[in-house]
Design a protein around this ligand. Structure first.
Ligand SMILES: [Zn+2]
Length: 145
């Protein structure tokens, strides 16, 4: 006689569908960004102390950095919840890394951001494709002192 399966009980204790896959996807994205950040920071002599994913539900910026070198990056689209495109994530990463030299959105910051992006492109990490999205607007980033 086959064992009975209580579906109601299963539903109560089963994890949210897709949660494990989503965590795994976030983990891979984060590890990739950390590897890139380590190499770019070394190349430009920046002091980046940590790269983390922004908390779920934080949708008012793409990235945030602090003067002590901590960076958080939003991995997922605010509305769809899908992982953001790799080129967008790398653009945000380069933007936040550039802040570790210039804690503002001045012309010299923007020039340096372009240099960091160019280095990411040279290494094959930044491939925006023919329809490059507009650069991250300053309002989409926070600098915390
Ligand atoms: Zn910024």
């Amino acid at each position: 006689m086959p064992a009975r399966v209580d579906l109601r009980q299963r539903a109560l204790f089963a994890p949210e569908p897709g949660a494990a896959a989503r965590d795994a996807e976030d983990g891979v994205a984060l590890e990739t960004l950390r590897t890139m950040a380590g190499k770019l920071a070394a190349h430009f002599g920046l002091s980046c102390t940590s790269i983390d994913a922004e908390a779920d539900g934080v949708v008012w910026h793409y990235g945030i950095c602090t003067t002590d070198g901590r960076i958080r990056i939003r991995l997922r689209h605010a509305r769809t919840g899908r992982l953001l495109k790799e080129s967008s994530l790398v653009d945000t990463l380069c933007h936040e890394l550039a802040h570790l030299r210039y804690f503002d959105h001045s012309v010299r910051f923007r020039r340096f951001h372009e240099r960091v992006l160019a280095e990411a492109r040279r290494r094959g990490w930044y491939r925006p494709g023919p329809t490059r999205t507009a650069p991250l607007p300053a309002a989409a980033c926070e600098i915390s002192r």
